[in-house]
Design a protein. Structure first.
Length: 74
């Protein structure tokens, strides 16, 4: 995952342990997923993902949350 392509506004940063961040990045890299672009700088954003095709969707979501160190509310 290229760090230079991803800009995350400070208000969306979380305090996930570095170990979980590395696991998230590793899981994304071995499964071939990449994040490109920037997260919007709006006060709030809504992410909708669906339809769920398998139970792997949950693990991919966690990998993105931990790998990008995002502060997410369910």
């Amino acid at each position: 995952m290229a760090k230079s392509l991803t800009h995350i506004p400070e208000k969306f940063h979380a305090n996930h342990p570095v170990f979980l961040q590395k696991i998230g990045k590793f899981f994304l890299s071995i499964t071939g997923w990449k994040f490109k672009g920037d997260i919007p700088k709006d006060d709030r954003i809504l992410l909708v993902a669906g339809p769920h095709t398998s139970n792997w969707d949950f693990f991919l979501a966690l990998a993105f949350i931990f790998g990008l160190n995002l502060n997410v509310y369910w």
